[in-house]
Design a protein around this ligand. Structure first.
Ligand code: URP
Ligand code: ZN
Ligand code: ZN
Length: 449
């Protein structure tokens, strides 16, 4: 479909300007003020008064994640539909092998699960153990276009890695020139606190939060920075939630270490007061790391402004109330996670841009451009320039709504942003040159180092 978009305000991470965009064959083929179009035009959009920016890239989602409480409630089709509705066109999910399964086998299985994604997609592959074959498998993944890996310092006994194995992963990925993304929380110490609380009869969701204090996140960050330096491996710390962790990361960045930080909308907009109340009120906020204090929120916004935080991902991982309720008598059984892929752009517009916490260019940077650069997708993704994929959001500044479980597209009967007033929404979403709702299947994105 060839589309001409006229008179829109184009926002990139480096500049803002008014121009026309011509899309043909799924790519941006011209940008300018008096375009010379020789080809057929199938559709013309008058975008006067609208803002146009690159489709969002969510670098951290968990669709159809297997847990003892069942799969996370959005599969690739429903989750990507919600993502598109909110202006996100590319998803980076995860491959989590079972014990004994090769990384490459797990990748093939995950590719089949993701086939019905409407967004384009790639994965971070998670070594959950170190075997004699792991280094070879990491290199096979890189050859197949998977250049980032994921390790968990928490969730010991399930997917968490012991420190010695973590060091081996960092060394192997560092040698190959890839990137390791890391969930930083000290799992052993958390497990001791969890068991202690339950043995004292403290079983409610608030004890999930109390068993995962900021110090255990910050210590994990400090530890892994040391390991990564030793291994000469670039790292990306996912869902950074606290000021303490950020201070350590900022210092490492200033010293020249290659470390990126991601935070999530829930750490910017929600705080630990959400854990006060009944099981039904509080269980939806059981996610890791837990929600922190207001001071942490301020530090996160500041670190976005200064650039120490590169990306805002959602960690989209919704579970229905029936799934969360398996932990009614024991918070340790509650599956961790909450949805958010649909709301990231509008939340960052409403509570970031409109509240003068970030400007438009920073908005584009943290929702799209940086993720593309860090994860080997740039400039195909994350940019409005000639030759880039035509993944664009045409944003209506005036739309207003209230987030609710009653109207969200995410497949979940819980909503952590229930009642949040939002401004701004996509008027049109274009992916690969196709307009929503005619967007067809997404593509697997082979990435490069
Ligand atoms: O609570 C969370 N974040 N669940 C998803 C898995 C993870 O740790 O990212
Ligand atoms: Zn995590
Ligand atoms: Zn996650």
């Amino acid at each position: 479909m060839n589309i001409l978009i006229q008179n829109g305000t184009i926002v990139r991470s480096d500049k803002t300007f008014v121009a026309d965009i011509f899309i043909s064959d799924g790519k941006i083929s011209q940008i300018g003020n008096s375009l010379n179009i020789q080809e057929r035009i199938d559709k013309t959009i008058d975008a006067k008064g609208f803002y146009i920016f690159p489709g969002g890239i969510d670098p951290h989602v968990h669709m159809f994640l297997p847990t003892p409480a069942g799969y996370s409630s959005d599969n690739f089709e429903s989750g990507s539909n919600a993502a598109l509705f909110g202006g996100t066109t590319t998803l980076l999910d995860f491959v989590t092998p079972k014990k004994g399964q090769s990384l490459f086998d797990a990748l093939k299985q995950r590719m089949a699960e993701a086939e019905n994604s409407l967004c384009d997609y790639s994965f971070h592959v998670s070594p959950i153990e170190w075997t004699q074959k792991t280094e070879k498998e990491i290199n096979e993944c890189i050859k197949a276009g998977i250049t980032s890996f994921k390790v968990y310092m928490a969730y010991k006994g399930a997917v968490g890695l012991e420190d010695d194995d973590l060091k081996k992963v960092l060394k192997a990925v560092g040698k190959a020139g890839g990137l390791v993304t890391i969930h930083c929380e000290l799992g052993d110490e958390i497990d001791i606190l969890r068991d202690k609380f339950v043995s004292e009869g403290k079983t409610e969701p608030i004890y999930h939060a109390l068993s995962r204090p900021v110090e255990l996140e910050a210590k994990a960050v400090q530890r892994v920075l040391g390991f990564a330096k030793e291994a000469n491996c670039a790292i990306y710390i996912v869902h950074v939630s606290s000021k303490q962790s950020l201070d350590i990361i900022a210092k490492a960045q200033q010293s020249g270490q290659k470390v990126f930080a991601e935070t999530c909308p829930h750490y910017l907009l929600l705080d630990d007061s959400e854990y006060k109340g009944t099981f039904m009120d509080t269980v939806k906020f059981v996610l890791s790391p837990p929600l922190r204090k207001k001071e942490d929120q301020d530090a996160l916004w500041k670190n976005i402004q200064t650039g120490f935080i590169s990306t805002v991902g959602t960690d989209h991982c919704p579970f229905n109330l029936s799934q969360k309720s398996v932990g009614i008598n024991d918070f340790r059984k509650i599956p961790n996670g909450a949805g958010g892929v649909e709301h990231r752009m509008t939340l960052l517009y409403t509570y970031g841009i409109l509240e003068n916490k970030i400007n438009w260019n920073q908005f584009v940077d943290i929702t799209s451009t940086q993720a593309a650069k860090i994860f080997g997708l740039y400039p195909k993704k994350g940019e409005i320039s000639v030759g880039s994929d035509a993944d664009l959001v045409i944003w209506n500044l005036e739309k207003e709504n209230t987030i609710s479980v009653r109207n969200h597209k995410q497949n979940c009967d819980l909503e952590i942003y229930e009642g949040f007033k939002i401004r701004g929404a996509p008027e049109f979403v274009i992916k690969g040159g196709n307009l929503n709702p005619d967007i067809k299947q997404g593509k697997f994105l082979k990435r490069k180092i």
